[in-house]
Design a protein around this ligand. Structure first.
Ligand code: FAQ
Length: 318
């Protein structure tokens, strides 16, 4: 190992954060950029399924809460894009990769939101799964990512509670409303489990990401945590568990469970889910419609800022 590599590994082993100006192996930079930018894309694309219900929320209170939650997700995307830019990639490059399909985003957002119950299920299960993962990522080795996660987790907790509360109201309502809650649970449960990625044995990046402490827990360990915490939540709602194989295993101290439909998972992450095309088309249209705002900011900066700063700002804004 070179002295630079030794110092890098010393910091990783000592739980010191790697900061933007520190030396880091190219593969570390590439891997953090990949994961963090895909995380940012997920937050932004993730606004669409719930955004679909803002105009149809069942009350003013629900509308205000949902609007605020969706705005939070935009904010999370912005923190993460900014954190990613500290590694030397521009916002424009990241957006291009998303729109061309060379960068992924979480598979869950390619499922449609058919009923109001789905909005509750997303808050409860999707934000719930995101929190399990992100709490662990608060200890990631890359400083800006870690600090972003600490802030994001606080907001996600509110999202999870609002979703669970919305489903609780449905589950305690008329038989039709309870059925709506059950149907949303049935459709979102398995895709939520897929959010944790492939089994550890199939995970391309896990080994290196664990060694470099980019990831602090494996895909399967995090998924098990989520499965375990969800069982009593389903019981409290008085709904049926969508997995008939779910069973407490005294010896393991965890719930045993059925297997995920991995064919569906790979089909969705390879672009063939219900809404993949619609999500990207919508993103492209919104991005094009927003071009005048970016142009206006760039023109303003060109006028106001000294030349040196201008170039720097341009890289961030375009
Ligand atoms: N969907 O080798 P691994 C949220 C890809 S935030 C799509 O295991 P890794 C908040 C993976 O990228 C949700 N692709 O990969 C919210 C890789 O492809 P690549 C997002 C997936 O990175 C709520 C390939 O498969 N959270 O929901 C998925 O070590 C409501 C091989 O997989 C994060 O991004 C998937 N589910 O582990 C917002 C958390 N799983 O890059 C709005 C940060 C795997 O080689 C509304 N990310 N792939 O082309 C992570 O923790 C990790 O990236 C994993 C995957 C665990 C997702």
């Amino acid at each position: 190992m070179t002295p630079e590599e030794q110092n890098f590994m010393r910091k990783i082993n000592a739980e010191e954060k790697i900061e933007p100006k520190d030396w880091m192996p190219d593969a570390y930079r590439k891997n953090v950029t990949r994961q963090m930018s895909q995380h940012a894309h997920s937050e932004v694309i993730g606004m669409q399924p719930e955004g679909n219900w803002i105009t149809r929320a069942p009350s003013l209170r629900r509308k205000v809460v949902l609007l605020s939650k969706v705005q939070d997700e935009a904010g999370h995307g912005l923190y993460l894009y900014s954190a990613c830019e500290t590694l030397g990639i521009s916002r424009a490059e990241m957006i291009e990769a998303l729109q061309k399909g060379t960068a992924k985003y979480a598979s869950i957002f390619n499922y449609p939101t058919l009923t109001w119950g789905d909005v509750g299920a997303i808050g409860w299960l999707v934000d719930g799964a995101a929190i399990v993962n992100q709490v662990s990522l608060q200890r990631t080795s890359y400083g800006p990512y870690s600090r972003g996660m600490i802030r994001i987790c606080k907001e996600e907790s509110f999202h999870q509670r609002q979703g669970y509360e919305a489903l609780l109201v449905l589950a305690q309502g008329s038989p039709e409303q309870k059925q709506m809650a059950q149907d949303s649970l049935n459709r979102f449960y398995w895709p939520a489990l897929m959010m944790f990625g492939p089994h550890d044995s199939e995970s391309a990046h896990s080994a290196k990401s664990m060694e470099w402490k980019i990831k602090r827990e494996t895909n399967d360990d995090l998924r098990q945590k989520f499965i375990d915490q969800t069982v009593p939540q389903i019981e409290f709602l008085g709904l049926e568990h969508p997995d008939p194989a779910i069973k407490w295993n005294e010896e393991r101290g965890h719930y045993d469970h059925g297997d995920i439909d991995w064919e569906e998972f790979y089909s969705v992450i390879n672009g063939n889910g219900h809404c993949n095309r619609q999500r990207i088309e919508h993103h492209v249209a919104a991005h094009e419609e927003g071009a005048w705002v970016r142009d206006a900011i760039t023109a303003y900066n060109d006028k106001k800022m000294p030349t040196k700063q201008k170039t720097w700002r341009k890289g961030y804004l375009i």
